[in-house]
Design a protein around this ligand. Structure first.
Ligand SMILES: C[S@@+](CC[C@H](N)C(=O)[O-])C[C@H]1O[C@@H](n2cnc3c(N)ncnc32)[C@H](O)[C@@H]1O
Length: 227
């Protein structure tokens, strides 16, 4: 028998478990059988989540009490990992992605709270410069696999540019992107990357500094700071 979780039918949902080894917690992330790109866990999100875990193992204060913003969260793997590692996380996406994202937050809430973290989900459409998010201060911004269609390149760069940077607080941005081997996707990435490097200092994090089991030559991991 099926039952409903808010507007979501449990018949359409299937869970994926993601271990956060350093704190012995397992996230339960619901995916949808059918739907848009925000209904599945993408590999780039696992690479970034596991990188956050790797750095937290080396520096336990890395995420503890840190204010983190996630853009294009999808199902929330990166943001929920950060929250389980002790961060105060605002996960954002398009309005239609929020019901499942919120379900994933509530499913993992107890684990997050037990580690001193916090997670909420809000709408943030890239390029909407009137969003209240732009007034908030963050220590870190994370985004995985968000450069995948032409119309989003400019709005996404605008959102990164219009975050709240102050003398006291300039959030560091961590971005992962799967480099897909089609002409369209290669062109899209090179356009995005060129504009990104005009506005920001961009450093590529080498594979040997990433999680030993969650890294790939096809997935680029960047550390980005405002010029
Ligand atoms: C390929 S998915 C990646 C999801 C997640 N970060 C992951 O790696 O599993 C891209 C995400 O960007 C979101 N997105 C696309 N266009 C957007 C826009 N204009 N504003 C905000 N989010 C957007 C989608 O809803 C989706 O969740």
């Amino acid at each position: 028998m099926s039952h409903r979780r808010g507007s979501l039918s449990s018949n359409d949902l299937f869970p994926r478990e993601i271990d956060i080894e350093i704190c012995l917690k397992t996230l339960k992330i619901y995916q949808k059988m059918e739907g848009d790109v925000n209904c599945v866990v993408w590999d780039a999100s696992l690479v970034l989540a596991k990188y956050l875990e790797t750095i937290s193992q080396q520096k336990p204060e890395f995420l503890s009490g840190t204010k983190v913003l996630e853009l294009g969260s999808g199902l929330g793997v990166v943001g929920l990992t950060a929250a389980t590692l002790g961060a105060q996380v605002t996960l954002t996406d398009l309005p239609e992605a929020l019901p499942l994202l919120r379900l994933n937050i509530s499913e993992n809430k107890q684990k997050i709270c037990s580690m001193g973290g916090y997670a909420i989900a809000e709408v943030l459409v890239w390029g909407d410069n009137n969003s209240e998010i732009h007034k908030q201060e963050f220590d870190m911004v994370v985004l995985a696999d968000c450069v995948y269609y032409e119309d989003a390149v400019e709005p996404l760069l605008q959102t990164l540019q219009n975050l709240n940077y102050t003398v006291m607080k300039k959030p560091t941005i961590y971005l992962t992107q799967e480099l897909r081997d089609t002409e369209v996707q290669r062109k899209l990435w090179s356009e995005f990357y060129e504009k990104l490097t005009e506005m920001f200092y961009v450093e590529r994090i080498p594979e040997d500094e990433q999680h030993i089991n969650y890294r790939s030559p096809d997935i680029v991991l960047l550390k980005i700071n405002k010029k």
